[in-house]
Design a protein around this ligand. Structure first.
Ligand SMILES: Cc1cc2nc3c(=O)[nH]c(=O)nc-3n(C[C@H](O)[C@H](O)[C@H](O)COP(=O)(O)OP(=O)(O)OC[C@H]3O[C@@H](n4cnc5c(N)ncnc54)[C@H](O)[C@@H]3O)c2cc1C
Length: 447
């Protein structure tokens, strides 16, 4: 008899993981705490409940990285995509669903699967034996959170994300911005030029502060703690504390000389830091924010050098339990300290329904093949699933790790294509063509 696979959490990731493993012939037990133990966001006892929006975002698999993830999940016979398709609502190019019918369908399919059973109740320890996947999501129960922190070290588990906007490097105007670390700190030239700097005059700074103060902000959800840590105050809250606060904080102009205009001392400087090993993504240092998405794009494009910025993701601060996956997980999503335990879904530091379900799909297949004695590798980083898993388990900077959406900045560039805005359509098509071919090969390698 083969080993049972235990999956903790029957959300987007856990349901998909169970479906994939069960279809490979592995016996699966899902441990779900709802409806016995509730979270502040879930409303029902259904599996795969969508806690907020009813959208799986873009369904365009040629020009959009999320759409490509849809394609890969469909190719892998994913339950979440099948349920979404069945309960799809008209929404232009997006994949929106009837949320109740969607979650009920997933729950029924899981219940009807001969290889899956569900045990309702909270799990609050990390077992040393057996094969486990923890897919407990952004609202992992506090007791389990304590157990995870005890296993990983408290500094490797976060309870809030504090996301600064992330920008595609090739959309930044380098005639305005320049590379330099404050006081040229660092041993190597790479370290001395680790930051990308955007200068501001006094007038530009004042206009920027006015826009920040006037911008639309989002509130915390009811039940979500509104206390910010002083280390990650939203920039608009810093600006409310005084118009000069940012100039003495993340926007201080000291230790920097504008390489494009050395005679003029900037009044304030916005710094961006590399966000991935590929160097395709940069985050704005210290710019975590609760501004609404539309307002963020407007306000941040006021920063000189970022007028045409293209955002890989916008900023936010949310209740969100997630691991420092780059240091804790191996490329099979296993906890390095306890390889019988995998993590999947949002708790691994991906963000969103689609990304979480995709990481569940992967964890389910990896675990099932390990149980069956036919181990497989994670897909190559040129696929959407591969790009995500490579980012969270190695490509991301561990020190500043924050949850990530799938985006083309995570993909290794296709050589020989035109950069910049004009080449974008061809580039994205090349990424998605390459990904589909590689993903099909990955699937074929398992049969
Ligand atoms: C308030 C809020 C709003 C959000 N809005 C959006 C949005 O609009 N769009 C979007 O794409 N994403 C949104 N997200 C993120 C979204 O929650 C995730 O993308 C997605 O649901 C994560 O899937 P998951 O399977 O990792 O976690 P979940 O879907 O949350 O599933 C985790 C499951 O684990 C269970 N669980 C937790 N702890 C235990 C335990 N100890 N024992 C047993 N079971 C346990 C939970 O009950 C839950 O069913 C939001 C998150 C929050 C908190």
């Amino acid at each position: 008899m083969t080993q049972v696979l235990h999956i903790v959490g029957g959300g987007m990731a856990g349901s998909e993981a169970a479906w994939q493993a069960a279809n490979l012939g592995v016996q699966v037990v899902i441990h779900e705490m709802r409806p016995k133990v509730e979270t502040f966001a879930h409303q029902t006892g259904n599996l795969a409940e969508m806690v907020c929006s009813n959208s799986f975002r873009s369904d365009d698999s040629e020009q959009n990285a999320v759409g490509l993830l849809h394609w890969e999940m469909r190719a892998a016979n994913g339950l979440i995509m099948a349920a979404a398709e069945k309960h799809r609502l008209p929404a232009g190019g997006a994949l929106a669903v009837d949320r109740d019918a969607f979650a009920e369908f997933v729950t029924q399919e899981i219940n009807a699967h001969p290889n899956i059973s569900i045990e309702y109740g909270e799990v609050n320890e990390i077992p040393s034996e057996g094969m486990w996947i923890f897919a407990t999501g952004p609202l992992t129960s506090p007791k389990l959170g304590e157990a995870i922190a005890a296993e990983t070290g408290a500094d490797r588990l976060a309870f809030f994300d504090a996301i600064a906007p992330i920008i595609y490097h090739d959309s930044i105007n380098m005639d305005v911005a320049w590379m330099q670390s404050r006081y040229d700190k660092g041993e190597t030239e790479e370290e001395q030029k680790a930051y990308l700097n955007c200068p501001m005059t006094k007038d530009q700074y004042e206009a920027f502060i006015d826009a920040l103060l006037a911008a639309d902000k989002t509130e915390f959800h009811e039940g979500e703690t509104a206390g910010y840590f002083d280390g990650c105050l939203p920039i608009e809250v810093m600006a409310e504390r005084g118009r000069e606060t940012l100039r003495f904080g993340p926007m201080k102009p000291v230790g920097l000389t504008n390489a494009n205009d050395p005679e003029n001392k900037p009044y304030a400087v916005v710094q961006l830091r590399r966000d991935n090993k590929l160097g395709t993504l940069y985050n704005i240092v210290g710019f975590q924010t609760k501004m609404k998405y539309g307002a963020q794009a407007e306000v941040f494009k006021m920063i000189p050098g970022l007028e045409d910025a293209k955002f890989a993701r916008l900023g936010g601060i949310h209740r969100n339990t997630f691991l420092n996956s780059p240091t804790l997980l191996d490329d099979q999503m296993r906890l390095k300290s306890k390889p019988n335990v995998r993590f999947a879904g949002q708790v691994t530091g991906v963000e969103g329904y689609v990304e979480s379900a995709a990481m569940g799909l992967l964890a389910g297949r990896l675990a099932a093949h390990e149980i069956l004695g036919t181990p497989i590798e994670s897909p190559n980083g040129t696929t959407a699933m591969g790009a995500l898993i490579h980012h969270i388990t190695g490509g991301a900077e561990a020190k500043t790790f924050q949850p990530m959406n799938v985006n083309f900045g995570l993909f290794p560039p296709v050589e020989g294509l035109k950069g910049g805005r004009r080449g974008r359509k061809d580039r994205y098509r090349a990424y998605t063509d390459r990904a589909k071919e590689t993903f099909n090969q990955w699937l074929e390698g398992q049969s």
